[in-house]
Design a protein around this ligand. Structure first.
Ligand code: PNS
Length: 164
């Protein structure tokens, strides 16, 4: 059952992984539209991929779902961005217990800042349980194979970045 509500899926997406993709696809079963919102902080940006690169990868991945999934970026507080977009729900994925504390703190803080904005947690799909952008980058940088863990366009970009 889809609603007219817009869900915001915020994160660094440096880069987007198949875990993120799975989460967006499952969110679309409940919400009509998902905005994949890439957070930027020019003062402490240590991303591997530039913002245009990250946006480009997300757009390519969801090209077939235009109209339902869009890529965007924001600076500043997530709650303010969500309000500007008219979104009522923030989606976050939970993998292991280790994610819980950080996610719980963020959800509570966001709730305090904007009580009307809800955070919905989705369990990550089992095959993506151990996938993270950080690990994917580390493995590729050391010559390991991450095919199947990231979309093909992302795999190509990662290989390009770490070309020896
Ligand atoms: O993919 P990440 O790095 O886990 O995403 C974290 C993100 C971007 C969702 C979080 O850092 C965030 O919301 N940043 C925006 C600034 C903000 O609102 N900070 C207060 C959070 S309680």
């Amino acid at each position: 059952m889809a609603t007219n509500a817009i869900a915001i899926y915020p994160g660094s997406f440096d880069p987007i992984t198949n875990g993120h993709v799975d989460l967006v696809q499952r969110t679309l079963r409940v919400f009509d539209k998902v905005i994949v919102a890439i957070a930027t902080n020019p003062d402490k940006d240590r991303s591997l991929f530039s913002l245009p690169e990250r946006m480009g990868m997300v757009q390519e991945v969801f090209a077939g779902l235009k109209g339902r999934v869009s890529a965007d970026s924001f600076q500043g507080l997530l709650v303010d961005y969500a309000e500007r977009k008219g979104a009522t729900v923030v989606i976050r994925g939970l993998r292991a217990i280790s994610d819980f504390e950080y996610e719980f703190q963020m959800a509570m803080m966001n709730h305090r800042l904007k009580p009307k904005l809800e955070t919905f947690f989705m369990m990550t799909g089992e095959s993506e349980f151990y996938t993270s952008s950080r690990l994917v980058k580390e493995v590729v940088s050391l010559g390991g194979d991450v095919s199947g863990l990231v979309p093909d366009n992302v795999l190509a970009k990662l290989k390009e970045k770490f070309k020896r």
